[in-house]
Structures are given as C-alpha cells and as structure tokens.
Ligand binder design. Structure first.
Ligand code: SAM
Ligand code: SF4
Length: 348
C-alpha cells in the first residue's frame, strides 16, 4: 500500500449518510478541490507577477486531501474536479488521482476530472486516462504564441498544444476554456472556435471575474459575453441547444462546424439557482460560494480527530450556510476586486 492510501477508511455504501441539501433545496453533488495555489504560469487576470504562495506546511497533505474528498463522496458528492493553481504541478498528484479513482471503481463517484493549463499533460495524459479520468478542461485563451506569452507572462503555447495532442491521443475528451479579454484575444474567437471544433473539442468562453488583486485594472479586461456571442453570430449560425454538463455554462451549436460553444457569465447572468457545487482550497478551507467570503475551516477538524464523524458534522453545518447566490460587481469607482482572494486560491 502506498502512502496516499494508508489509513484511509474504505468507502462503505451502507454507511452513506443522506446527501447534502442546502437551505434552498439544492443538492451539493459537485466538489472542486484546489490541490495547490502554485502554478507554472502567471495569467494576468488570475495572478500578479510577484505572487507570494502559501508555505508548504499550510497545505493539506495528499493523504489529507484524499480523506477530505472521500468524506464528501461519502456525503453524496458524485463529481470531483481537481484544480488549482495548476493541479499537475502538485508533487505526487498522480498518487492522489490514483487513490481517488477507487471511488470511480466502487461507483460512488460518477466523474473524476481536472482543470489544467496543459503544460504538464504530455507527461500525465496516459496515466490520467488509465486511472479513469475521461474528460478534462484545458484553459487556453489564444493560439498566438506572442499573445500567449503576454497573457501567461512567460508560457509557451506549443507546450499546451502538445499537451492537448497527448490528451486526445490518450482518449481523453478535452473541453477548452477561454477567458474573454478585451483588447487581447477578442479578435480571435471565431478562429478559436474553428480550431477547437476542428479537433472535436467543445469551447466555453468565460467572463473575467473580479477575484484577487492582480495589479491591473479589470475594467480594461472585462468584456461581456453578450458581445462575444454577438461577434460569433456574425460568423456562425448559433442554434440554442439543451445541452448541460452540470456546470453553469449555457451552450449553443455552431451550425457550420457542428460543435458546441458554451458561455459562462457570472457577471451578466445569474446562474446561482441551480448551483450544485462547493469548493475546497489546498489548505482545507471550504467555500460554499465562489463569490462570497463565508468559509469553513475543515483542516483543523480533519487534524483534530481520526474519526470522520466530526468532519461530516462540520461539512453539514457549512452546507446549511450555503448562500443563495453571489453578487459580483466590478467596482467602477474604486477599481477594486469584489473579493480579495485569487481564483488560484479558491480553484476556478
Ligand atoms: N491552472 C488551471 C487552469 O488554468 O486551467 C486550473 C486553475 S485556473 C484558476 C481555472 C480557470 O479559472 C481557468 O480556466 C482560468 O482561465 C480561470 N480564471 C482564473 N482567474 C479568473 C478570473 N479572474 N476570471 C475568470 N476566470 C478566471
Ligand atoms: Fe495558472 Fe490557471 Fe491561474 Fe493561469 S489561470 S495563472 S494557468 S492557475
């Protein structure tokens, strides 16, 4: 038995307590876990150039991450997404994926997936597929090498494309996430759509969210997706479709390519009514809503006892406080982020 699976209680379906239901009768079935706040890139909308990262001693160990995720699975979570920071730069990440994959085998978990910048995918794609990961999200905002370097501050787009190639070769289904950035990639959306659909990948556009101080003015970056959609409609015939992935994206089909385009609009469209998700940071803080400050410290609960009962109780108490929704605004007068924490802390 390796380190990550030692001391972890075996999932027992018979012991599964009732699923987590929040005060607005939404079942919480989707957990996003930030496994590290670190990243090998510094996207301008996500991080400042001189980020100070958490000391390693603050992070949950791989065993603790497994125990926490498994507690949520026992409490009815059916979909688990590993994110960050960049999840594939966390040392030992495949040990965690390997140990969590037992929940896929047992049927307790429907899906284990990751959101990644793809720089490390060449190395990990085959193993991810072998461990039961089927679909992954790759973030890519431009195909232009110079623009990519400018957005990520030093990234190499060829490494990302190579990572996507490797993932598709390994049989992983890839969805592209593109943040719409005014004056940066807004001339490129039709090209990105054609490129993604040409490779059999869905593409989802995301509005930039006011999270964390990044040393730049977000008003300069913000581009409402209504404008992105209007621009795409000049090139493609967009048909409304019913397709949902359990996430907040609304999809249309481009008739010319046959592929799907998603839109995630946290600022201009409120998608909170159907929210089924919560997020855990790499320090074990549970955020019930991406757009609110309220949180629960699960690390101290985890470390205080070997029994999972206090953990279940803490999770239930936190879900009972899940707010109805968020209220993001880009504060035009003060030009401040609506929330001080970065996306890389909460996990995108
Ligand atoms: N490093 C991985 C990646 O880039 O895919 C996973 C973590 S990243 C924080 C997850 C997603 O959040 C990415 O698609 C990224 O583009 C998005 N993101 C980061 N900061 C954002 C912001 N301020 N507004 C909107 N999306 C953001
Ligand atoms: Fe890193 Fe992802 Fe944030 Fe870019 S968006 S800096 S790749 S965590």
């Amino acid at each position: 038995m390796d380190n990550a699976t030692q001391g972890i209680s075996v999932f027992d379906r018979a012991e599964r307590p009732s699923p987590l239901i929040d005060p607005f009768q939404r079942a919480v079935t989707y957990l996003r876990v930030s496994v590290t706040d670190r990243c090998d890139l510094r996207c301008v909308y996500c991080m400042s150039e001189d980020m100070s990262f958490l000391p390693k001693s603050d992070l949950l160990s791989l065993e603790e991450l497994d125990r926490l995720c498994s507690a949520f699975v026992t409490k009815g979570v059916r979909k688990l997404r590993l994110t960050g920071g960049e999840p594939l730069v966390r040392r030992g990440i495949m040990t965690l994926v390997g140990s969590l994959s037992r929940h896929l085998e047992s049927g307790a978990l429907e899906e284990l997936t990751i959101t990644t910048n793809a720089t490390q995918l060449k190395k990990y794609a085959v193993e991810l597929a072998a461990l039961g990961v089927k679909r992954i999200n790759v973030s890519l905002d431009t195909l232009d090498a110079d623009k990519f370097r400018a957005i990520t501050r030093w990234g190499d787009v060829a490494a990302v494309i190579g990572g996507i190639d490797a993932a598709q070769r390994a049989g992983l289904s890839v969805k592209i996430n593109t943040v719409a950035l005014k004056g940066v990639n807004d001339g490129e959306f039709p090209t990105l759509v054609e490129w993604a659909h040409g490779r059999g990948m869905d593409i989802t556009f995301i509005e930039v969210m006011p999270l964390g101080d990044i040393g730049e003015n977000r008003l300069d970056q913000y581009l409402p997706l209504s404008m992105v959609r209007a621009g795409l409609a000049e090139r493609f015939s967009l048909a409304e479709i019913d397709y949902r992935t359990g996430g907040p994206a609304r999809y249309v089909r481009a008739e010319e390519t046959g592929g799907r385009i998603g839109f995630i609009t946290p600022l201009t469209h409120n998608f909170c009514e159907s929210c089924n998700r919560v997020r855990i940071t790499c320090t074990g803080t549970l955020f019930m809503c991406l757009g609110q400050e309220d949180a629960a410290d699960l690390r101290s609960v985890l470390r205080a006892s070997e029994s999972n009962e206090p953990l279940y109780a803490a999770i239930e108490a936190a879900i009972a406080r899940k707010p109805k929704g968020h209220d993001f605004i880009i504060d035009r007068r003060h030009k401040r982020p609506a929330l001080a924490r970065h996306m890389s802390v909460t996990g995108g």
